[in-house]
Design a protein around this ligand. Sequence first.
Ligand code: ACM
Length: 638
Amino acid sequence: MKRVLSLILKLLCMAGIVFSAPSWGQQISIIPVPVVLKPGIGQFHLTTETIISVPANQVEMARIADYLVAKLKPATGYAMPIAYQAEGNIQLGIDPKYNLAIGNEGYTLNVTDKGVLILGNTPAGVFYGVQSLLQLLPAQIECHQVIKGIDWIIPAVAIQDFPRFAWRGLMLDVSRHFFSKEYVKSYIDQMARYKFNRFHWHLTDDEGWRIQIKSYPRLTSVGAWRVPRDGAYGNAHPPEPGEEATYGGFYTQEDIKEVVQFAKDRFIEVLPEVDIPGHSMAALAAYPELSVTKNPDIKVNPGSNFATWFGNGKFEMHIDNTLNPTDENVYVFLDKVFTEISRLFPFEYIHIGGDECYKGYWERDPGVQTFMKKNKIRDDADLQAYFNKKVSAIIVSKKKKLMGWDEILEGGAPASAAVMSWHGVSSGEEATKLKHSVVMSPAPLYYLDMMQGDPAVEARVYGKARLRDVYEFEILSSGMDSSYVLGGQANLWTEQITNPGKAEYMTYPRALAVSETLWSRKGAKQWSGFVARVEGQFKRLDQAGVNYSASMFDPVISIRMESGKLLLDLNNEVDGLDTHYTLDNSIPDKFSAIYTHPITLSQEVVNLRLITFRGEKPVGRLISLTRAEMEKRTGSKK
Ligand code: ACM
């Protein structure tokens, strides 16, 4: 299998040579777009003679040089020796006097025909300069195998660059589906290309507990495994009595340390999340005594639907998945868990979830009610606030800061808590008014599990987030005190994401839009320029063997009913494309009709098919809509 994969990769890389434009005069497609980029005259050629130099005795700088060599060597096959102190052709250094114009994470990158100079005020800045340098090289530099016949040109430029926000994050949910340590590292490696600096690791949920906790071995011996099920999340048949739980996995503490170090080498902090007091079914499968119901038969959820959502933000859980906030043993448990977690993760924050906590079992439990009366706790929102306060004290005792989803504001969040805002923009506004630090990750646009194209060609999920909408979204609003906004983050929930290929398909290119919002100047956003650069990045991702979605080439399809007739309206978000369509069930080709204006579909039309082309080349996917589906979209049929 490995040999087949390596052959496929080699063929892909070779195809890159054949199909790519000559690298001389290549278009500059850096994402996120730098603050200042002035093209120069000429170019620098990477050759077998090229030497990289870093200052002597600076461990972090030496690591960056090693990283750069590891990125340049596979495709070029060049030795790329590193010189310490001596002058190389690619020089990496710390600015001798602090460059006020670029701040802590900024860099300057100058390329001339003589060489490359990257300077930062910190190693992080230099690392981001290295990312821009890599993006200046031909796309084939991403190839994992030596490829011959490429002129490894770096166009002359002068770049001065620095980020808009300090928090630039992506979240990966490894509970709903487990992703191997190797894949998590690869996900982080891809993040680094686009100057993300926070990896939020959603480690626990109803569908699996993924981190080894030595004081509570059943969290992983039981909580990391569930019965195997195929099919869409929400439809899985619940576990049968006696059925073996064989699907899942977890990270040992050694794995965690390895991932944290890997991220650190890329200037990415890892934010661990243990989602409590709700979303705890996997923990309760291991230790049922931690809930009020203490159900000894509770199992890790295999993707069954166990909740009713009433559509107004209210819901009911038919299985108790919450910790008991009135039981001191729960806090003993959490103290031990967070002791181990705080030792594994050097980052200043620990995320405690706090979202979607169903309180019905608390309300129905006489012991909880007596406790509330005795402690003058007015309602169940106050009870969760009581829980958060106790957990915050635990987190602070480990010299960490607490972060939670915006539900921690209900009933009042501990003053020092930071809020991750996912209920649109409004919860961010509320949190900043209450003087909490905030990370903006609003659904649906910053939820990478949403569909990014037409539902006819995407795995069905409950909402949409098209690339253009994600790109044009601004995370700050006039109702926020922006001095409290740390930055933003996009979240990949994995209920429907069963493997790495799907994870990448959902992440890219929307993560590119997010990275540009979080790094580049606000006024620099320009959709058509972004699209051109995304296409440049697609070539790089192809070479790197990373999956992505090309859904931006598909039109936005609107169908409405007018005077009893179906009216079709298409909108291409990318300029210079033609959507060819058929109404006779045939597959559209370059000779088929081109959509130019809204069309009425007569009763005889039973199937609409369309494909978008650039010139003679199809770039979009085949989208087929039956009449029944079209009528359903107008709301005229169920
Ligand atoms: C969330 O989406 N429940 C944070």
